[in-house]
Design a protein around this ligand. Structure first.
Ligand code: AHR
Length: 497
């Protein structure tokens, strides 16, 4: 099969906001306990944080990390997780039917983000709580001193304010499963009033309003319209969440999920702009795709879990080769919308639907780790409008191109990177791309992630089963980039002068 890419330096889509390579740590399963924090582990540092996880997260290059939930945040009292550890209460946690010990909380999280070189993206509880608690939390975090909550933080040992600038106004408030679930009108009002109060306290904060929990919610569209109509002046982003699965074991359909993801993004952009026009505003609302991933492998196991225990093995999807292909495609889709998607969080980061897994004896990289790591490392700069000429195949999401690809001029303006996923399961794809505006560029590296078995996984016993190799054959011939992309492969082609 043949495919051609067409790019022009003068037709950029936009600058990549590095926050699209964000991720997510929720108090859920073994994400915090045994993932981020495990004081009794031989891998723990002086604060009880796992050093092996810190190393893998740092290598993954995650500039922003959302916390503490997720569904968890909608019943959370942040005060339970600060102050002397021996005085912190254990609570029932209804979202995931577990016991939360509160031995890890806000201050520990902020310290941990510094160790992994990331900024926190905090969520406030707009499920069972409201504007008053959000104000108190912001005061605790961002006011330097001289008030009840800022002095409480200092008393707890954090003299300097955390200065957290990115905040989510609740989580999935459209979802009937959510504690404190609301109608669009109810949520729109509370988001507006909470946002207004938070910006009174700290005008520099950026706020994310909850959009729909997926494209398939019955309220999708109307929800965004009403919420933004109520809160437009006080929020900066609207969220999107989407998980895909291959429960039907139909790999071509599964890999075509990015057709639906692309549609989801376009539709949310359209609604944001419609509200903007209706309100005659200059301000533009951008998108925060703050939960995205593959999620289904663990669902049967989780339906049988014992209730009210601490840190169970929950949502521990073991990812395979085809999941890595879709994650690579989803990253390409986010990059292709760099003009409007400014924040995105791979959900999640450690142990829970995660690229990184831990056990008592170590930590390892799942298959999906690799496309994310490469996209975050080399996907910074200016995204070019990348026109793709390739055959399509019919799927449940509509006609799907066999190739997903995007080209990015690096921040140094001297490099050009092509990310490409060949979704043809049988044949290699012969790719060409004229480099008429990139004279003197040669291929520095062609990295390939593929495996003969689409169901191949990385496990504790076999952590290097699916790993990238730098043995791709991309080359520049007579001013044209030529490469053979193996069947079912994720590719990174790096060019430079
Ligand atoms: O990431 C797992 C869960 O998925 C989150 O808690 C929730 O927001 C979403 O439904």
């Amino acid at each position: 099969m043949k495919a051609a890419l067409y790019i022009d330096k003068h037709f950029p889509i936009g600058e990549v906001d590095k926050r699209i390579f964000g991720s997510f740590v929720e108090h859920l399963g073994r994400s915090v306990y045994e993932g981020v924090y495990q004081p009794e582990s031989p891998f723990a540092d002086e604060q009880g944080m796992r050093k092996d996880v810190i190393d893998l997260v740092s290598e993954l290059n995650v500039p922003v990390i959302r916390y503490p939930g997720g569904n968890f945040v909608s019943g959370y009292h942040w005060e339970d997780g600060v102050g002397p550890k021996e005085e912190r209460p254990a609570r029932v946690e209804p979202a995931w039917s577990v016991i939360e010990s509160n031995q890890f909380g806000l201050n520990e999280f902020v310290d941990w983000t510094k160790k992994v070189n990331a900024e926190p993206m905090m969520a406030v509880n707009l499920g069972t709580r409201g504007p008053e608690d959000a104000k108190n939390l912001l005061e605790y975090c961002n006011i330097p001193r001289g008030s009840y909550y800022s002095d409480l933080r200092r008393k707890h040992g954090w003299e300097q304010p955390h200065n957290i600038k990115l905040w989510c106004l609740g989580n999935e408030m459209d979802g009937p499963w959510q504690m404190g679930h609301k109608t669009a009108e109810e949520y729109g009002r509370i988001a507006a009033e909470t946002g207004r109060m938070m910006k009174m306290l700290d005008p520099e904060v950026e706020l994310v309003a909850c959009g729909s929990s997926s494209l398939y919610m019955d309220t999708f569209g109307q929800w965004e319209d009403i919420v933004l109509s109520e809160s437009y002046d006080y929020v900066d982003y609207v969220s999107l969440h989407q998980y895909y699965d291959n429960e039907a074991n139909n790999t071509p359909d599964f890999l075509a999920s990015t057709v639906a993801m692309d549609k989801f993004i376009n539709q949310v952009v359209a609604i944001c702009d419609a509200v903007k026009a209706k309100k005659r505003k200059d301000k533009t609302i951008n998108l925060s795709f703050d939960e995205w991933n593959v999620w289904y492998h663990s669902k049967e196991h989780d339906s049988k879990l014992e209730r009210w225990i601490q840190a169970p093995h929950q949502l521990e999807d073991v990812y395979n080769m085809e999941d890595a292909l879709l994650v690579g495609s989803m990253l390409i889709t986010l990059l292709r919308h760099a003009d409007r998607v400014k924040i995105a969080c791979l959900a999640q980061l450690v142990n829970v639907i995660a690229p990184i897994m831990t056990s008592d004896t170590g930590a390892w990289r799942q298959t999906i780790y690799y496309p994310f790591a490469y996209a975050s490392r080399y996907g910074r700069g200016t995204v070019l409008n990348t026109v793709i000429d390739v055959p399509t195949y019919p799927s449940k999401h509509g006609d799907a191109p066999y190739l997903d690809a995007v080209c990015i001029i690096g921040e140094d303006e001297e490099s050009l990177t092509v990310f490409a996923v060949n979704k043809n399961l049988e044949d290699a794809m012969e790719l060409s791309c004229s480099l008429r505006e990139f004279e003197g560029y040669t291929v520095k590296e062609h990295i390939v992630l593929t495996h003969a078995d689409l169901k191949a996984e990385n496990t504790e016993a076999n952590p290097n089963n699916v790993i990238p190799t730098a043995d791709g054959n991309a080359a520049v011939e007579d001013g044209t980039l030529k490469a053979s992309l193996p069947a079912r492969s994720f590719n990174v082609i790096r060019l430079g002068k």
